[in-house]
Design a protein around this ligand. Structure first.
Ligand code: HEM
Length: 192
């Protein structure tokens, strides 16, 4: 876990500034654009992670998929059909054809739930968003975020100790961060 954190520190900092959600000037339209980009990325990468059957390594990936909560939020905002139609899918993704690589991608997505807690508080204060009116993605596991993160760290560590291919996992995490940043920069969102 330390290797993952250190190797991706710069990418995380870069993404925080690209996402720019903590900005005081952040509007509801900005939020719709942000969710659209997250939706495009998650709905494209999750099926690629899923084929690796991480269940066999003790990780219930299906319970952590976020595409459904993103769809729920977009529906609550009244833009789901529009977004599905316009956003398309993101194909510039890393190769995730082994469990070791899939764990690297999951690191990025599970780590995002930690930042999500801070983002959720800001969105609640700033735009009145709650898990029931368009904020369920950033709320993610709610009070379970801490325990879910701990569980992810434990399973990933056990996998790495057994399989000894840390480099594959770390590279996939870096590539996932980079792919995310490109998806953010390159997705142009039509206003509805
Ligand atoms: C404005 C946006 C964001 C903020 C404010 C933020 C904030 C944070 C915070 C406070 C942590 C916990 C750090 C710690 O306890 O050491 C964290 C961890 C993390 N975040 Fe973010 N984050 C943001 C966006 C993202 C995004 C978009 C992703 C990926 C898609 C991401 C991936 C991660 C990862 C992988 C970790 C785990 C680091 C580790 O402990 O190994 N973050 N973030």
């Amino acid at each position: 876990m330390t290797k993952l954190k250190e190797a991706t520190k710069e990418q995380h900092e870069n993404l925080e500034s690209v996402v720019d959600v903590m900005n005081k000037m952040f509007t509801r339209e900005d939020y719709e654009r942000l969710l659209t980009k997250f939706y495009k990325f998650y709905s494209s990468i999750e099926p690629r992670v899923g084929v690796n059957r991480l269940n066999d390594s003790g990780f219930d990936f299906d319970a952590r998929r976020k595409t459904t909560s993103l769809e729920r939020d977009l529906a609550n905002l009244g833009i789901l059909e529009n977004v599905k139609h316009l956003a398309g899918s993101w194909s510039d993704l890393p190769d995730l054809d082994t469990p070791a690589k899939a764990f690297g991608a999951c690191y990025v997505m599970e780590g995002a739930t930690l930042g999500g807690q801070i983002i959720m508080r800001h969105l609640k204060d700033h735009l009145g968003l709650t898990p029931d009116n368009g904020g369920s993605f950033f709320n993610s596991y709610g009070p379970q975020v801490g325990p879910m993160w701990k569980e992810f760290c434990a399973v990933t560590t056990e996998f790495a100790e057994k399989n000894g291919n840390d480099e594959e996992t770390v590279n996939a995490a870096k590539e996932t961060f980079d792919s995310f940043a490109r998806c953010f920069a390159e997705t142009s969102v039509a206003s509805n």
